[in-house]
Design a protein around this ligand. Structure first.
Ligand SMILES: [Zn+2]
Length: 310
């Protein structure tokens, strides 16, 4: 249930001084999953109170911000706004240092998900969006892998470098890897932040050895709005995308990944996918599922007895 944004939270968010309306934005013309252009506007503000519209593709059910910040505007956002904004939202400091204990716990849980699939034949690990390297270090230690991380945030990469992990600065979509391939690729708590999920997954597919393993997890959009019973509170400008089981499995299949295991995380919010390389398919979500998603959104927005969320 939501009663909008509390006064204390609104004041903290205002003190971050981020003028969302003044940022460079771009329209999304085509769905990143199916390529179609018929969208349903499902909400008009995000959890911080910014006037950000979320759209659902009428054909496949992919949910995304539209318009959204440009790549350059997101670069500036992550450099100076993202951590202060998330800290203001939660009312406690969240930065490259304070996230480390949470990352340790996160890593321990993901190890169990990966354990049946990582073998002694696997030697190398690439953690995409690997932040301070906590997760990469833990997974590498457990499975005796040589770890590399790639991340666009300089302070976080520096923190990882201090732990002795090979670090690459930048975006996986643009980095020149030459002939390098990896046995285990992680995309942890990152896919919802990407601007082009389809292209990034295809890139990861090309970076994975034939016997390799990909782990990726999503914030399940349905879990996010059902737990707070608010669509608006499940939207945040830091996530261009809002994935569901239907849309994520289709994105993976189309990029050439076979899902070997799905894992509803202990937080009841994330879903992890352990995948192996396969042949790309033309898979799309079942249209009946799109219909169900839109009906559920309307139910959440209009359940009697729940506070109005304007
Ligand atoms: Zn679509």
């Amino acid at each position: 249930m939501t009663e909008g944004i509390s006064a204390g939270r609104a004041a903290r968010i205002a003190s971050v001084n981020f003028d969302y309306a003044a940022q460079s934005c771009e329209s999304v013309e085509r769905c990143n999953l199916c390529g179609r252009s018929q969208f349903v506007v499902i909400s008009h503000r995000d959890r911080y109170g910014f006037a950000a519209e979320a759209h659902a593709c009428a054909a496949c059910g992919l949910v995304f911000l539209n318009p959204r910040l440009t790549a350059a505007a997101y670069g500036r956002f992550y450099e100076s706004v993202y951590r202060p904004l998330v800290s203001a939202f939660h009312g406690r400091l969240i930065d490259a240092k304070t996230i480390q204990p949470e990352q340790e716990k996160y890593a321990a849980q993901r190890l169990e998900c990966l354990r049946p699939f990582v073998t002694s034949a696997h030697a190398t690990l690439l953690d995409v969006g690997g932040s301070t390297g906590v997760v990469a270090a833990r997974v590498a230690r457990e499975f005796r892998l040589a770890a590399t991380i790639i991340d666009p945030a300089p302070p976080e990469v520096e923190e990882a470098r201090r732990q002795g992990i090979e670090t690459l600065s930048g975006m996986v979509e643009h980095h020149e890897f030459g002939n390098r391939r990896f046995d285990v690729v992680l995309l942890c708590q990152t896919v919802d932040h990407l601007l082009d999920i389809s292209a990034t997954l295809r890139r990861l597919r090309s970076l994975l050895n034939p016997h390799g393993v990909l782990f990726v997890d999503i914030v399940d959009f349905r879990a996010a709005y059902l737990r707070g019973w608010s669509v608006e509170d499940a939207i945040k400008i830091d996530h261009p995308y809002y994935l569901t089981e239907s849309t994520m499995t289709a994105l993976l299949a189309r990029a050439g990944f076979e899902v070997m295991r799905s894992d509803y995380a202990q937080d009841h919010l994330h879903i992890g996918y352990v995948c192996r390389p396969g042949e790309p398919s033309a898979s799309l979500p079942d249209p009946a599922g799109v219909h169900d998603l839109l009906r559920e959104v309307r139910l959440v927005q209009n359940t009697p007895g729940r506070a109005a969320d304007a």
